[in-house]
Ligand binder design. Structure first.
Ligand code: B16
Ligand code: MG
Length: 213
């Protein structure tokens, strides 16, 4: 029986994807590399360094050293964190707030399972830091989605078994990670096109109808 939910952050609870895009775009433009929204879609749920490698598929300049790549990722992150300063509790929809409160009321355990190293900063900015029993994010994993590590750790932090957890994800890589962890996977947004998802939802509150499964 499902008694725990693990939420992806970017694309599920908040929409920081527009800031990721703006920051990568500025970095790519400065480097003279083509980058658009379609390429940006491939970066959902993917770690920062892996995202950079995807963007560099179009790079035609001289070979970049590890240090140069790290500097590019750092540059993107600095721009991104500057943009995150604009975030406030208004960036969390009524539907998201209602759903989290309702799940708590029904005795569910709640965790974050995000690839982002900025997850805690985002949760603080939008006032959701105290809404979760556990946070598993880019700071406590060594392998990124589709590896199940981030969700396995979230379940561990809550002291829950994988089979009692449902993951809510907007990324293909996240749905794969949830299934590899032995959990149920509910897809929202882009991930609704994934054949591996157990459930497809339009809005977050739709998961309230899935609890009895
Ligand atoms: P950072 P999620 C992911 O967050 C984003 O979807 C992905 O675009 C980003 O590259 C990744 O976090 C790492 O983020 O650079 O902040 O560590 O969807 O797993 O919550
Ligand atoms: Mg996401």
């Amino acid at each position: 029986m499902i008694d725990s939910f693990i939420f992806d952050l970017d694309g599920v609870l908040v929409f920081t994807d527009k800031y990721h895009y703006a920051a990568w775009k500025e970095m790519a433009d400065d480097l003279g590399v083509y980058f658009d929204e379609k390429i940006n879609n491939r970066l959902r749920g993917v770690s920062r360094m892996e995202s950079l490698e995807i963007i560099l598929e179009r790079y035609e300049g001289p070979a970049l050293s590890k240090e140069e790549k790290e500097a590019l990722a750092q540059k993107k992150n600095n721009i991104y964190r500057e943009l995150l300063k604009k975030m406030s509790p208004d960036d969390v929809s009524e539907d998201v707030r209602f759903t989290l409160k309702e799940l708590k009321k029904r005795g569910m355990h709640l965790a974050i399972g995000s690839s982002s190293k900025n997850a805690k900063l985002i949760l603080e900015k939008v006032g959701l830091m105290d809404s979760f029993d556990a946070i598993s994010d880019g700071e406590n994993i060594s392998r990124s989605k589709p590896d199940p590590e981030v969700f396995v750790k979230a379940a561990l932090f809550m002291d829950k078994k994988p089979e009692s957890c449902m993951v809510v994800e907007d990324a293909f890589s996240g749905i794969e990670a949830a299934k590899a962890a032995g959990m149920k996977a509910a897809a929202i947004g882009d991930a609704r096109n994934s054949e591996k998802a157990d459930f497809k939802i339009e809005k977050l509150s739709d998961i309230l109808n899935l609890i009895a499964v």
